[in-house]
Design a protein around this ligand. Structure first.
Ligand code: CA
Length: 458
């Protein structure tokens, strides 16, 4: 499902990093890489680049078209495209790293940056970006900074890639359902309080055909993607500011997690596990049988065909009174082993920062514009769906945050939280008990990640 795109990357980090450490695989290319790097092609010779990425059918189609245009504009450069589905990407990239056959240009998760730089997988493309005509100040700084690393901290220093996109995770609602029920539409400028959110969901959760079974629900949130919003807007977090301490054993955190679980177990506005087995929540949303569902920019092409009107609003606000959500990103980097680093960097810039490349990708409705000036024009047009595209930009500019697992050397500690969480969601364990018992286990894994990072620098 589309919602998984960033989690898969986080999981990939662990797998890939394990591969790098183990040093598995052997390669005949291994010895020649430093000689050939950056030597470029002799005149008249075709420079063959490989670009590996992932995405749904609409995204693959859009990127293939942009690559074709790139080739037209860059005679002598040919790009071989390797695409995979989101689930297969991690395995494929891992295999290519282990086999020392990393594609010239490839997607990577910002959480992988430090491990990839420290192990020599990623090329430093600072010089190419600085020499180019692109205006880096016109790309979302949040996205650009994800791919900077000074050898000690990320967010500053040399450039090891550019953002393919930034992915603001917003809340969508079924406008048609509200209108049919005669309920006032949500305010795009004023988030629901948690109490208001429960109340409106109860009004919309119904047995519409009178057979005794509920067939229209308020929410159906996946804990992996939606809990962050509730925790953060309640003033809690997974990590402290030094990113060395797991802080889930905070009463504000437990309160948010309990609220999340209660949507199913106490308020019954979310399908039960049994009900979700009959028809999962994504399918229910797609059929028009769910009031609220998260929406990322990559969903826009699919949601064009929804059998109802939808729009975006802020996430409900907890005790801070402010909405919160995560803002993902995927980077496009150049292999340190690429023979044609200058051309590979050129392709990265074409895909991420050129007006001609970006216009095609935005028209395909698979992302928000990477270029700030283009994004403003795009959001101002309320005649295209969703009308309140401005919400995406507000997430980017005002209230989006990185996923905690991408903030540390690896995400094992963070993933454990979600691996163990089902009993809380099912109402068998209280949130207060869970955070107390889970914190030490997660802290242990985080300590291990910090230790691994120190070792990798030696
Ligand atoms: Ca029914």
């Amino acid at each position: 499902m589309a919602k998984n795109k960033y989690l898969i990357s986080i999981l990939a980090l662990i797998i890939v990093f394990a591969g790098v450490l183990a040093g598995c695989g052997s390669s005949s290319k291994d010895d020649s890489k430093s000689d050939s790097a950056n030597s470029g092609a002799k005149s008249g010779e075709t420079k063959n680049l490989t670009f590996m990425f992932r995405g749904g059918p609409d995204e693959q189609k859009a990127y293939t078209a942009v690559i074709k245009k790139f080739e037209e504009d860059h005679p002598g450069v040919k790009v071989k495209i390797v695409t995979t589905t989101a689930d297969q990407y991690a395995t494929k990239l891992k295999a290519s790293i282990a086999g020392h056959s990393v594609p010239d240009v490839f997607y990577y998760d910002p959480g992988d940056l430090r491990a990839y730089v420290n192990s020599g997988v990623l090329a430093d493309i600072t010089q190419y970006v600085e020499k180019s005509s692109i205006d880096i100040n016109n790309i979302w700084p949040y996205g650009v900074n994800f791919y900077r690393y000074d050898g000690s901290v990320t967010g500053q220093g040399n450039i090891y890639g550019l953002p393919k996109d930034v992915g603001p995770f917003a809340l969508g609602y079924n406008k048609t359902m509200f209108e049919k029920a005669g309920i006032a539409l949500p305010d795009k400028d004023k988030p629901y309080t948690w109490d208001e959110f429960i109340k409106v969901n109860q009004e919309l959760t119904k047995d519409t055909n009178g057979d005794g079974k509920i067939d229209q629900f308020g929410t159906g949130f996946n804990v992996n993607w939606m809990l962050q919003s509730f925790v953060w807007s309640n003033g809690a977090d997974w990590l402290d500011s030094t990113k060395t301490k797991v802080t889930i054993d905070d009463p504000k955190f437990a309160e948010a997690l309990q609220y999340f679980a209660d949507m199913q177990n106490v308020y019954h506005i979310t399908p039960s596990v049994q009900e979700a087995q009959t028809l999962d929540t994504y399918q229910r949303w797609m059929k028009g049988e769910m009031a609220f569902f998260p929406v990322g920019p990559w969903d826009m092409s699919t949601y064009e065909k929804l059998p109802f009107e939808y729009d975006l609003i802020p996430m409900p606000a907890g005790s801070t009174g402010k909405p919160a959500t995560w803002l993902g990103s995927l980077g496009i980097g150049v292999s340190a082993d690429s023979k044609y680093q200058s051309d590979a960097a050129e392709l990265v810039m074409y895909l991420t920062a050129s007006k001609e490349g970006m216009e095609q990708l935005v028209a395909a409705k698979v992302q928000i514009p990477n270029l700030i000036d283009m994004a403003k024009t795009w959001a101002a047009d309320t005649s295209t769906k969703p009308a309140n595209k401005e919400e995406f930009l507000q997430v980017v500019n005002e209230y989006g945050r990185p996923i905690p697992g991408t903030q540390t050397y690896n995400a094992e500690w963070y993933n454990l939280f979600f691996t163990d969480i089902q009993p809380v969601i099912d109402g068998k364990v209280t949130a207060a008990d869970y955070v107390k018992s889970e914190q030490p286990k997660m802290q242990k894994l985080l300590d291990k990640a910090i230790e691994q990072e120190q070792k990798s620098k030696k």
